[in-house]
Design a protein. Structure first.
Length: 525
């Protein structure tokens, strides 16, 4: 008898989502995780002080809120396994050193009121943009959680209507192009231009314009979900669902090889030498650069195309700090009250400074103007730290390979200190309130998960030639691996990309089809 019906390589949230759907469908699922902890990019850990719980990677769950996994609670993660979210009124806010702020509210009228302080014309334009985002959202949402259409068919379908042609144009232009068309005030342009940066690309990068509409549409309809108890609460709920339906999740198990019976994936070999077999197939969080090394039977041409996929120039650097008191921003809301948001973008003085910061990264240099973003989630979920204390999660963008030749392990503390110092320009009690901090360089990101190769939290770059059915390659964009039957892929390097989408649902759909399972019938009563 085989060790499992389905073996899943990697306990990141995407692999767990795929495993949970198939476990609920009645399959014996075995998930293997190389780390001692589970969750991949969706994990909460005591990185600094006891009792201070930090989200090491993702800190809010945005795009998964539109996924039937949570929208319909397909697997009972909320009603049965304890997953809870809070949705703050202000998901995102830009903050400048001169004391100006620009919040994005879930209520577009309130956002327009804030924008009107800079430009009445821009406020009116924003309301039209909000309406457009809401109109486009259902179509965009429908394509995020299922296998993508072939690229040619998608283009042909969209090209048949004026609305589709407008979406195609918006998909092709840069965020900078779009902001120049829409808005007149530089702070408003920079505010929306910074959204592109959260996708690890410059606002000047072509084919980023649609992101502003996707971001706004989700922000207003669903909000930014702050998981109660930390980002890892999603992981815990998924593991509970898997185990409740007869599945198993093992940590400390690094997979060295996927073997076949000649044509079909039939098991894996661990680094320890242990061989595990499966009856129905393997799902792997196998980065395209690693895939040929783990799957010796991969056809040569499929391997060549996988290896040449491009990584994003802008790698991530994060700092997690335990604080003896909540952060006190120097800026205030228009009514004088303290700032409150899920995500604060600490903006450079000018829009051009922000754009040039990304230009430097393109050449492998450090940005002269740091682009620090920060979250302080105990504002919304006090369970994450002792009463009266707080934490912050800050991030910036850096080159993976340093031109000065310094090793990131030796130099990361110095860079973390520069980030904290930068935050002090905006926050009265930083760095004084910092009790201790933990920082992750791009090299640390890569060590944490093979999916985060070279510190790219999206797996691979989100370029047009690595999007949709062509993500990561045209060969692999349908989640099946050509030449190796019953081997399926899951991870941020697959459609729809990095972030907490719950994208393993699409992989489960494809495998269910091959196994003759009615996917629409999979649910927890």
């Amino acid at each position: 008898m085989s060790d499992a019906d389905i073996i899943v390589i990697g306990a990141g949230h995407n692999g767990l989502v795929a495993a949970a759907y198939l476990a609920v469908a009645g399959k014996r699922v075995l998930v293997l995780e190389r780390n001692a902890w589970l969750g991949g990019g969706v994990v909460s850990r005591e990185l600094t002080e006891p009792g201070f719980l930090h989200d090491q990677h993702s800190m809010s769950h945005i795009f998964i809120q539109g996924n039937p996994l949570l929208l319909n609670d397909d697997l009972g993660l909320k009603r049965k396994y304890g997953l809870k979210y809070v949705f703050p009124e202000v998901p995102m806010m830009s903050v400048w050193e001169d004391g100006a702020t620009l919040p994005l509210h879930r209520d577009p009228a309130k956002s327009a009121e804030a924008i009107a302080r800079f430009s009445r014309k821009d406020a009116d334009t924003f309301l039209a943009m909000s309406q457009q985002a809401a109109q486009w959202l259902p179509m965009i949402q429908a394509g995020l959680y299922a296998p993508p259409m072939p690229v040619g068919a998608q283009a042909a379908m969209m090209d048949q209507s004026a609305e589709g042609q407008e979406i195609m144009r918006t998909m092709a232009v840069s965020t900078f192009d779009l902001m120049e068309e829409l808005f007149e005030h530089d702070k408003v342009k920079a505010h929306f231009g910074r959204v592109a940066g959260e996708n690890l690309v410059s606002p000047d990068e072509k084919a980023t314009g649609i992101g502003a509409y996707v971001f706004l549409g989700f922000l207003e309809k669903f909000g930014f979900g702050v998981p109660v108890g930390g980002s890892g609460s999603l992981t815990k709920a998924l593991v509970a669902c898997i185990e409740d339906h007869g599945g198993a999740v093992r940590s400390g198990c690094e997979v060295r090889e996927v073997f076949t019976d000649g044509s079909r994936a039939s098991g894996v070999v661990l680094d320890s030498g242990e061989r595990l077999t499966c009856a129905d197939g393997v799902i792997g969080a196998l980065h395209p650069h690693i895939l040929p090394d783990v799957v010796p039977s991969l056809p040569a041409e499929v391997a060549r195309k996988a290896k040449r996929t491009h990584i994003t120039d802008a790698a991530c650097f994060t700092v997690h700090a335990a604080l003896d008191a909540p952060m006190q921003f120097k800026a205030r809301n228009a009514d004088g009250s303290p700032l409150s948001a899920v995500m604060y973008e600490l903006m450079p003085a000018s829009y051009e400074d922000m754009r040039r910061a990304f230009d430097e990264l393109r050449y492998g240099n450090f940005s002269e103007t740091p682009l620090v973003g920060v979250g302080q989630l105990p504002q919304h979920d006090p369970s994450r730290c002792p009463e009266g204390r707080s934490i912050f999660h800050a991030w910036d963008y850096v080159p993976y390979s340093r031109k000065d030749g310094r090793d990131w392990d030796e130099a990361k503390g110095e860079f973390a200190e520069t980030m904290i110092a930068r935050m002090g320009n905006y926050i009265e009690n930083v760095p004084e309130a910092v009790l201790s901090y933990h920082c992750d360089s791009p090299v640390d990101m890569e060590r944490t998960s093979p999916s985060f190769l070279r510190g790219d939290l999206h797996g691979i770059a989100t370029t047009t030639y690595q999007s949709g059915r062509h993500r990561p390659t045209p060969d692999l964009g349908g989640y099946r691996v050509p030449g190796v039957e019953r081997l399926y892929l899951v991870g941020p390097f697959q459609h729809p990309g990095g972030g907490v989408f719950g994208a393993g649902r699409a992989t489960a759909m494809v495998m269910a089809e091959d196994l003759g399972i009615d996917f629409d019938g999979i649910s927890v009563g």
